[in-house]
Write a protein that binds this ligand. Structure first.
Ligand code: NAD
Ligand code: SER
Length: 314
């Protein structure tokens, strides 16, 4: 499918942890007026350009926004994450499945390109924990993971059946300072920095040994834009590229902060999110992303900690 440069971009879930930063990056790259943001809630950042309140489950309203604004590419970020999903499985299923189907149906009708993120949550407890392969039996144990697997398959169906150009990344846990996330299992890796910068204390909701794949947001945004810029013919996969940044335990994360803030105290009191974290991989094999579109992370735990704390203290 050829790209029509006169068409605009739409970001769903634009008020979320990724949405705020991806919307800003797209506005920087393509111009503020070329990027429409939608969400069910308002934020100043999402409103710093064209913005509308829209529930992704409201197909008629969504379609009207697409139609009225000549939208050619959609970054579909509206979703319910893992921890909220376990508390409210029906909501998670509705938003992540029915919302996605609305986006895909409109994409088919309007010949749009789509970016739809997946997650390390597609992997269940029985995959190899280290260097988890791109192609492996998934078997997730959370409703969120289940919707992400079904979402990948549905996206690939629209690629193969209707020739829609859909691309996606299995993001690791994302760490950022512009927005405090909520509803995810990897939120502890963000909250810990807010706790350290604000009052030098944090009680972590997973145990010290919990080790998960993570990535600093600037790398995730760059990776997203690079995947969307890659020639379609070079992509062997569509909606499900494994992507790796770094992996560390919660204890190692606390230690990296203590190197900058020696008085920082972190205690560990696991809650129900421990079980979710334990079902996910430790490190990810992203060889396909490296080979197909040249993926290379820039940040490690040390450079991320320095940058996070500098920004949060400012
Ligand atoms: P987030 O929860 O911060 O943001 C999601 C946004 O979607 C929120 O602003 C919310 O208001 C909006 N939303 C929820 N229901 C909606 C609805 N019915 N209609 C319209 N908007 C709705 O999540 P995020 O971290 O920005 O995640 C974005 C995408 O990236 C999701 O698909 C998520 O699964 C994926 N992802 C995120 C991470 C991460 O660590 N942040 C990791 C892996 C995958
Ligand atoms: N960061 C997300 C979560 O914890 C993973 O997709 O839910």
């Amino acid at each position: 499918m050829s790209i029509d440069n006169t068409k605009k971009i739409l970001v769903t879930g634009a008020a979320g942890q990724i949405g705020i930063e991806l919307t800003a990056a797209l506005r920087e790259k393509y111009g503020t007026e070329s990027v429409m943001a939608i969400d069910i809630r308002e934020t100043e950042a999402a409103k710093s350009g064209p913005f509308k309140i829209c529930n992704i489950l409201d197909l008629n309203k969504y379609k009207k926004i697409v139609n009225d604004n000549n939208i050619g590419t959609v970054y579909h970020l509206a979703a319910i994450l893992s921890a909220t999903g376990e508390k409210n499985p029906k909501l998670c299923f509705d938003v992540n499945m029915n919302g996605l189907q609305n986006v895909l149906e409109v994409a088919r009708e309007y010949n749009q390109r789509i970016f739809c993120p997946s997650s390390i949550a597609v992997f269940g407890p029985d995959v190899p924990k280290e260097n988890t392969p791109q192609n492996v039996a998934l078997n997730p144990t959370t409703v969120y993971g289940l919707t992400k697997v079904a979402g990948e398959l549905l996206c690939d169906y629209y690629v193969n059946k209707y020739n829609v150009d859909i691309r996606g990344i299995r993001y690791p846990g994302l760490i950022s300072w512009k927005n405090k996330p909520s509803g995810g299992t990897t939120d502890y890796a963000v909250e810990i920095y807010f706790g350290a910068a604000q009052n030098e204390k944090y009680q972590c909701f997973v145990n010290e040994e919990t080790r998960l794949p993570m990535m600093y947001m600037p790398d995730a945004i760059r990776g997203t834009l690079e995947l969307m810029d890659a020639p379609l013919k070079s992509l062997k996969y569509h909606s499900n590229y494994n992507l790796s940044g770094m992996s560390f335990s919660a204890g190692e994360l606390a230690e990296s902060i203590q190197k900058v803030i020696p008085n920082f105290e972190c205690t560990f009191k696991p809650d129900s999110r421990q079980e979710i974290a334990d079902s996910w991989p430790v490190t990810i094999d992203d060889g396909a992303a490296k080979k197909d579109w040249g993926w290379k992370p820039k940040f490690d735990i040390k450079t991320m900690t320095k940058d996070m704390l500098k920004n949060l203290r400012n």
